[in-house]
Design a protein. Structure first.
Length: 334
């Protein structure tokens, strides 16, 4: 069988796997599938422009960024559900996953401990683990970057995070960079380097989640809300979540940040972003002003409030006056 040194893109049910080494131009499909990782990725369900896949073994070193710039691609018009099932998807050379405009990817981890990671030996800076230009939903698994200059996840489309973990392990790297629309409903976001674990340059809503620093190094703010190179209006809304850092939020010029709920380790750092009618309690929780007023009033049967006391005094005075008036009348007619 003659070997021709060229790179061939392998289309496997909507997922584009790009072999790292020299491919063969005249091999049968079975050999090609063996090379791409037979029994490593299994299609469990399929339909029109839709399929579900799961990892059966760890995947590594699939891609060659000189061809497409990613290991696994989700093309436009395709919906893919990828279950890590506790396995590792490791890229040494380029972006692990890219979702094209019009493509949809849902990442799950039904077993736990599944990881999508960009290795520290990847060539060059500025490479992201996942780039989304379509629709990406993260339900589980951990996404990690050990490469400086970019983020574990870069969103240029619509991103929804319902669980899982995003982590930075090196300096000069973000966990999540958002340029368009992102909604975080849950998950853990860990800042292991000196850059923010969240860089928002679009429209982001945080409904829940845990945001923390790890290690003893010098950290910048957990979240940076800043226009940067984006032309989008920058807006950040925090409705809930746990934020464990002394430096929680940096809000750039012409960027909007609003906090309506959550627990904050250092409330002083973010108090100016509180919505009206709210403040922090002694534990760093966001509470309504009305809740403090009601809790400060000890209203019960044994401790009447001032209105009850005033009414009692008024009735007493009226009672005394009535008695006095009756006494005068009695003296006059006797």
């Amino acid at each position: 069988m003659k070997k021709v040194f060229m790179l061939v893109t392998i289309l496997v049910a909507g997922l584009v796997f790009i072999p790292k080494v020299n491919a063969l131009s005249d091999v049968d499909i079975e050999t090609l599938e063996d090379y791409a990782g037979k029994d490593q990725v299994v299609i469990t369900s399929r339909g029109d422009n839709y399929f579900e896949a799961e990892l059966r073994k760890d995947l590594s070193n699939l891609g060659n960024p000189n061809v497409q710039g990613y290991d696994l691609g989700v093309p436009s018009g395709q919906t893919v559900v990828l279950d890590l099932k506790g396995h590792k998807f490791l890229s040494f050379s380029g972006t692990a996953i890219e979702v094209a405009p019009g493509g949809t990817l849902i990442i799950k981890d039904s077993v736990g401990d599944g990881v999508i990671e960009l290795s520290s030996i990847s060539k060059g800076n500025g490479i992201s683990t996942i780039i989304n230009k379509g629709n990406l939903t993260i339900e589980g698994g951990k996404v990690v970057s050990e490469v400086a200059g970019n983020a574990a996840v870069v969103n240029e489309g619509v991103l929804t995070i319902n669980g899982g973990q995003i982590e930075t392990k090196v300096n000069s790297a973000w966990g999540l960079t958002n340029y368009k629309t992102a909604t975080i409903n849950n998950g853990t976001f860990t800042q292991g380097g000196d850059y923010s674990v969240i860089q928002n340059s679009g429209d982001m809503t945080i409904n829940n989640g845990k945001f923390e620093t790890s290690g003893s190094g010098v950290h910048n703010s957990l979240i940076t809300n800043n226009k940067g190179i984006s032309d989008e209006d920058v807006k950040l809304t925090i409705a809930n979540g746990d934020f464990e850092s002394n430096l929680i939020l940096y809000n750039g010029e012409d960027s909007i940040a609003t906090i309506t709920g959550g627990n904050f380790q250092n409330p002083d750092n973010v108090v100016k972003y509180l919505a009206s009618g709210l403040h922090f309690d002694n534990n760093g929780n966001v509470v309504k002003d009305a809740e403090v007023v009601s809790s400060s009033n000890n209203t019960n049967d044994n401790n009447p409030d001032t209105s009850d006391i005033n009414l009692y005094l008024l009735l007493s005075i009226l009672g005394v006056s009535t008695l006095g008036f009756g006494y005068v009348i009695k003296r006059r007619f006797n």
